[in-house]
Design a protein around this ligand. Structure first.
Ligand code: SF4
Length: 320
C-alpha cells in the first residue's frame, strides 16, 4: 500500500464543560484516542450515531480545533501541536465541505466573491483568481452568469455546488465532506455524489466522508470506520465491513439499513439496542459500548478494548 497522506495517532479532543462537585473541570470527551490512516486518492467513510465524534474528528484533522492529545501526521509532519500561524500553510491543503450549504455561504457576497475569497486571502494575483473562478464554476456544473448572483437565488443543490467550488479553490489534497448531502432532496443527492467522485478522479483528492447514510457510505467509500462514543470500534475495507462486520455495535447499526428486496428484508432481523448511551462527559472505564452490548462480560466493564487487526485491512475493538 502507498504511504499514508495523513496518519491520525491516538487523537483526543476534549472540551471543558463546567466544574464537578469538587470544583474540578469536567471534560466532554468528543474524540477519545482514535488512530487511523488516510491514503492518497481514497475515500474513507466515517459512520456512527449523532454525537459519536465524527464531525469533531474531521474538524480536528483540518485543525479547526487544536487537539487535546495525539498526532496528525501530514506527509511526515505532525501538525497537531502547531500554533495558528504555523498551521496556516497546512490549512490550504485541507478543506471542509459542510452539511448546510446555506449557513456556510455569506448571504451578502456574490458567488464570484465567495469562490474567490480563499484565493484573495492567499494574495493570488487577480488574473489567476478570475481564471480559476471560471474554471471552478464550470467544474461544479454551474453557469458563468451565476457568478454575479447571491446564495438565496439558488436551490439547495446549487448552493452545495457553490460550497464545493469554494472548498476546491486552493486545490486541496484532502477534503472533509461533513454530511454533504443530508440537507439536500433525495433527487439531488446522487448528482452531488457523482460530482464529488468525478472531481476526486480529476484532482486526485483524498476524502474523509462523514455520514449517517450507510448506503451512500458504501457506495462512495473505499474503507469505512465505525465510531461509537468518541472511539473507533471497527475499521475495514468497505466490502469486508458490509459483508463480514464483527463488532456488536456495527451489526446493530447495519441492521437498520433499509433493504430494497422485500424477500430479503423479511429474512433480515433488525437489532434493537437496549440500555442507555453513556455520557461523553467522564465516560465509565472499559468498553464504551458495554452498557448496550448483549455480549458484555466482566472484563468489558473494566478494560477498554484496543483496536486490533483480525484480518486483512480489518480491525475491531472488542474483547470477543
Ligand atoms: Fe460488547 Fe465487550 Fe465487545 Fe464491548 S468489548 S462490544 S461490551 S463484547
Amino acid at each position: 500500500m502507498a504511504q499514508p497522506l495523513i496518519e491520525v495517532k491516538s487523537l483526543k479532543m476534549y472540551f471543558p464543560v463546567g466544574n464537578n462537585l469538587f470544583g474540578r473541570r469536567k471534560q466532554l470527551k468528543a474524540v477519545d484516542g482514535v488512530s487511523f490512516d488516510l491514503y492518497p486518492g481514497e475515500t474513507f467513510g466515517l459512520v456512527g450515531e449523532s454525537g459519536c465524534g465524527k464531525t469533531t474528528i474531521g474538524r480536528t484533522i483540518v485543525r479547526l480545533y487544536k487537539p487535546t492529545e495525539g498526532q496528525i501526521v501530514y506527509r511526515g509532519t505532525d501538525i497537531a501541536p502547531l500554533d495558528e500561524k504555523a498551521v496556516q500553510p497546512w490549512r490550504q491543503k485541507m478543506q471542509m465541505i459542510f452539511q448546510d450549504p446555506y449557513a456556510s455561504l455569506n448571504p451578502r457576497m456574490t458567488v464570484s466573491s465567495i469562490i474567490a475569497e480563499p484565493m484573495k486571502l492567499q494574495q493570488v494575483p487577480q488574473a489567476d483568481i478570475d481564471a480559476r473562478v471560471a474554471e471552478l464554476i464550470a467544474q461544479v456544473g454551474l453557469k458563468k452568469d451565476h457568478l454575479n448572483r447571491y446564495p438565496h437565488e439558488f436551490s439547495g443543490g446549487q448552493r452545495q455546488r457553490i460550497g464545493i467550488a469554494r472548498a476546491l479553490a486552493m486545490r486541496p489534497e484532502f477534503v472533509v465532506c461533513d454530511e454533504p448531502i443530508s440537507a439536500l432532496d433525495v433527487s439531488i443527492q446522487a448528482q452531488v455524489i457523482n460530482m464529488l467522485e468525478e472531481l476526486q478522479q480529476q484532482m486526485g483528492m483524498t476524502y474523509l466522508f462523514i455520514s449517517h447514510d450507510l448506503s451512500m457510505v458504501r457506495h462512495i467509500s473505499h474503507r469505512v470506520g465505525v465510531m461509537y462514543l468518541g472511539n473507533m470500534v471497527e475499521l475495514a475495507d468497505v466490502e469486508e465491513l458490509y459483508s463480514n462486520m464483527q463488532h456488536p455495535y456495527t451489526r446493530a447499526l447495519m441492521s437498520a439499513v433499509p433493504i430494497a428486496d422485500p424477500d430479503l428484508a423479511a429474512q433480515t432481523k433488525r437489532i434493537v439496542l437496549q440500555g442507555d448511551v453513556p455520557q461523553p462527559i467522564d465516560p465509565p472505564p472499559g468498553c464504551p459500548f458495554a452498557s448496550r452490548c448483549r455480549y458484555c462480560k466482566a472484563v468489558c466493564r473494566e478494560v477498554k478494548p484496543e483496536l486490533r487487526q483480525i484480518g486483512k485491512d480489518h480491525f475491531v475493538a472488542c474483547h470477543l
